[in-house]
Each structure stands twice: as structure tokens, then as C-alpha cells.
Ligand binder design. Structure first.
Ligand SMILES: Cc1ncc(C[n+]2csc(CCOP(=O)(O)OP(=O)(O)O)c2C)c(N)n1
Ligand SMILES: [Mg+2]
Length: 448
């Protein structure tokens, strides 16, 4: 069928999306440009500028862009541990801060490693630290996470070693870690597929509980109930069939799932406004799934809404959709040049909302982050980066033929033929190289 959409009309469409965002809500995150919603949540302030704006369109927020904490009883109720004013509360806040700083440092180191030829590719997370650390901090160890390829801070919080985060990006393995060791699946690159995987796992949790295989936890805390699943998707994934099907199944079966969308404003070079003229959170309503829009650069608000959503999931309340409004400050991947499609002014505007600086400002104002603390956190981040670098450059290339090892669980004639063909090809280099033709275990190795 002939294409009806040439490159010119695609460009026009992108511009139309951007223009629509400008007129609809002032900025691409649905907040107003005059800052009127910068400090308070719906119910205590005017809605956005769009005539069609609804209260739920304004992202819930506890820390404003200057790091000033604003009360919100509905959210504060989920933060009694970090709000307690005790030594433990301070330690918990500092731990969140350290996680975010370390995540950014790992990201910078991985980007440098890619530039130096040590990694094939890297998808940076810079700007999304609060969305990832805040949501991951709400999880129990027996919960299960399905993510895309950008959730490095979530993976770290689950216990994935930094070097394991990078294995797959070095191109030496088809995976990176044992999912069952950390209750997090390895990164999913098929956009949105992990939403369905999440629903399936959540159905399994439900079935285990119904059959008495697993007892829901009953400690008398807000964390009580069954295990739950968090599936992370991007804004671009929201237009995938898989995600929409996941919504339908999740709502039908009322599974213990949090579908957590990091709306980082871009799907590679396509702005979110191109695929939706209204906030993504409104889509949840159409599936009968409760939706909440949160400032994804506010780690406290993210922690609170994720805890509430997980509580609902654990206690039979079914799925929740979270739209965390954030921003991808770097390129889509190291193979991308975002200056080709977005203005520097946009990045500047979002830099004002930097999630790490925002939490630091809050902590400093309360005397919870001293110069010594900052130095310690930075040193810890540098140490992780140094260990990461040393670990990555020491990773050995796998034997070339091992690429055929795990295509199927058992022997397969086509794979065997391809393996033999490639072995013959490699044998052609035998006199120019040391023996690169050996290796692999012909099907059943333990390569990760
Ligand atoms: C099914 C499918 N279609 C297309 C792609 C190519 N692709 C890779 S990343 C990407 C954009 C995804 O954007 P978003 O969901 O917003 O996630 P982000 O990269 O911003 O974290 C696309 C279209 C893919 N990997 N899978
Ligand atoms: Mg995106």
C-alpha cells in the first residue's frame, strides 16, 4: 500500500503536536508557565490554563521546584516514615538522595564508557532519577518488576550490581542478571511488551493466593497484603497495542499491578503531544483503572503515590495507572542527537526542575544535608562509578559461537545449521587470528 505520510507531512505532524501542547497547557507537562501550580495540588489551587483541563491533570506534587515542601494530607499519610523528623527519617531521606546521586553517576559513567568504545549503546536516565528511585523505594522484596531499557535506578534499587546493568549494553550477553535473584525481569526493548508480562505475573500472584500457595502478609502495616507487580512503560509505549491490551486484562481481572508510566516527554524524536492531546493519565479512566498524575521529578510525591497504588494492589483493589511527569534530559540513547529535534530552551526549562537538585534543596533547607553529607554521597557515587568501570572493562568477550547457545531451550536443526555455517566462516580467519572459532557449548551453556 502506498504511504500517505511522506517526510514533510511527518514533520508537520510533529509540529502540530508541539503547537497543540503550547496552546493546551502552556508547557509539555501540563503545568502552567506562570508557575501557579508550582507548589500546591488540585483542590488547593486553580487548574491549568486549558479550558478543558481537569483537576487530575495537574501533577501531584509535594516538593516544588525550589525544594519547598508543601503539605498534602492525602499524600503525607504515606510518608510518615520520612516525615517523622527522627534520625531514622533523616537517614531514609538521605538514602533516597544517595540513590539518586549514584544513579546519575552510574549513568554518566556508562555514557562515558560508550563514548570510549567500551559499550555498544547506552540509554541514559538523567532527569528520571526521582521517578525511578521514588517508585522503586515503595516496593517489597517479593514484588516483581517488569521494566523497559531505561530503568537503571530501579534495577539498582532491586539489587542488581552496577556491572550487571551494563553487560547487555556491552553486547556480550543476551541478558544481564538472574530475574529471580532480584525479582525484576531483564530490560525489555519491545516497546510496551512488559506491560502484558506484568499482567501475567500479577495474575499468577492472584492465582497463588486463591489456591493458598502464598499467604498475604499480615504485619499490621501499610505494606500488608499480597505481593504486587510494577510494570514500567514510557509515554511512547502508551500507544502500543500491548499496553492497551494490558489495561483491559488488568481491569478485567483486577490484578495486583501498578502500571507506572514515565512520561519523559519524548519517544525518541516524537513528542508526547503528538500521540495525545490530553494528559496520558486520562486514558486509564477509559479502561476503568484508577489513574494518578504525579510530578515525576518530586521523589516524595512519587514515593507516596506508588505506595498508595501498591497498597490498593495488595489489598484486592486492583490495578492503578501512574503517570509520572518527568523529562529525559539526555539523548534517547547514545546513538541519538536530540539537538536535531528539540530546542535547547526546553532542556533549560526542565533543568530548573531537576529532581536531584530539588531534593538537595529540600534537605539543605531543613539542615538534613550538610557539606559533609554531600561529600560523602559524592564519594560513594564516585566509588560505584570506579568499580563499575573496572568491572566493565574486565568483562571478557564470550566465545563467538555461544551466540547460538540459548536461541531455544533445546537443540534445533536450523540453529545447528546456522551455527555450523558461522563456524565455517570463522574458520576462514584461522590463520590471521588466534583460535576464535572455538567456544560455545552447542546449546545448553550457563551464559547469562
Ligand atoms: C514494538 C516496538 N516498536 C518500535 C520500537 C523502536 N523504539 C525503540 S525506543 C522507542 C521509543 C519509546 O519511547 P517511550 O515509550 O516514551 O520510552 P523512552 O525511550 O522515552 O523511555 C521506539 C519507538 C521498539 N523497540 N519496539
Ligand atoms: Mg518517553
Amino acid at each position: 500500500m502506498p504511504s500517505t505520510m511522506g517526510s514533510t507531512s511527518r514533520d508537520d505532524l510533529s509540529r502540530a503536536g508541539a503547537a497543540r501542547a503550547e496552546t493546551a497547557s502552556g508547557t509539555t507537562d501540563g503545568t502552567t508557565t506562570d508557575g501557579t501550580n508550582g507548589s500546591t495540588n488540585p483542590g488547593t489551587t486553580a487548574a491549568g490554563t486549558a479550558s478543558t483541563a481537569r483537576p487530575g491533570d495537574i501533577p501531584l506534587r509535594l516538593l516544588d521546584e525550589k525544594g519547598v515542601r508543601h503539605p498534602d494530607p492525602a499524600l503525607d499519610r504515606w510518608l510518615t516514615d520520612v516525615d517523622a523528623g527522627t534520625g531514622d527519617a533523616r537517614a531514609a531521606l538521605l538514602a533516597l538522595y544517595e540513590e539518586m546521586v549514584v544513579a546519575r553517576r552510574i549513568d554518566a559513567e556508562a555514557t562515558a564508557l560508550q563514548r570510549q568504545g567500551e559499550l555498544a549503546l547506552w540509554p541514559p536516565l538523567q532527569g528520571q532519577e526521582a521517578a525511578q528511585v521514588g517508585s522503586a523505594a515503595a516496593l517489597r522484596t517479593d514484588d516483581f518488576v517488569f521494566s523497559s531499557y531505561r530503568e537503571h535506578a530501579v534495577a539498582r534499587k532491586r539489587g542488581v550490581a552496577p556491572v550487571d546493568l551494563l553487560r547487555v549494553w556491552r553486547g556480550i550477553t543476551a541478558s544481564g542478571w538472574d530475574p529471580y535473584a532480584v525479582n525484576m525481569a531483564t530490560p525489555q526493548v519491545i516497546i510496551g511488551a512488559q506491560a502484558l508480562h506484568g499482567v501475567g505475573y500479577a495474575l499468577g500472584i492472584q492465582a497463588d493466593v486463591e489456591r493458598g500457595v502464598v499467604e498475604p502478609r499480615q504485619d499490621g502495616t501499610d505494606d500488608d497484603g499480597t505481593a504486587a507487580v510494577v510494570a514500567y512503560v514510557g509515554d511512547g509505549a502508551m500507544s502500543q497495542g500491548d499496553v492497551n491490551e494490558a489495561f483491559v486484562f488488568a481491569a478485567t481481572w483486577q490484578v495486583p499491578l501498578v502500571l507506572f508510566c514515565q512520561n519523559n516527554q519524548w519517544a525518541i524524536s516524537e513528542p508526547v503531544t503528538l500521540q495525545s492531546g490530553v494528559p496520558l493519565v486520562r486514558r486509564a479512566d477509559g479502561f476503568g483503572v484508577p489513574g494518578v498524575r504525579v510530578d515525576g521529578n518530586d521523589v516524595l510525591a512519587v514515593l507516596a503515590v506508588t505506595r498508595e497504588a501498591l497498597h490498593r494492589a495488595r489489598t484486592g483493589g486492583g490495578p492503578t495507572f501512574v503517570e509520572a511527569v518527568t523529562y529525559r534530559m539526555g539523548p534517547h540513547t547514545t546513538a541519538d542527537d536530540p539537538t536535531r529535534y528539540r530546542d535547547a530552551s526546553e532542556l533549560d526549562a526542565w533543568a530548573e526542575r531537576d529532581p536531584v537538585a530539588r531534593l538537595a534543596a529540600y534537605l539543605r533547607a531543613g539542615g538534613l544535608l550538610t557539606d559533609d553529607d554531600e561529600a560523602r554521597v559524592r564519594a560513594a557515587a564516585d566509588a560505584v562509578a570506579a568499580e563499575l568501570r573496572a568491572g566493565v572493562v574486565a568483562l571478557e568477550d564470550p566465545p563467538p559461537l555461544s551466540v547460538f547457545d540459548h536461541v531455544y531451550a533445546g537443540p534445533h536443526a536450523t540453529v545447528a545449521a546456522e551455527r555450523a555455517e558461522h563456524a565455517a566462516y570463522l574458520a576462514g580467519f584461522a590463520d590471521t587470528d588466534t583460535d576464535i572459532t572455538t567456544g560455545g557449548d552447542a546449546g545448553q551453556g550457563a551464559d547469562r
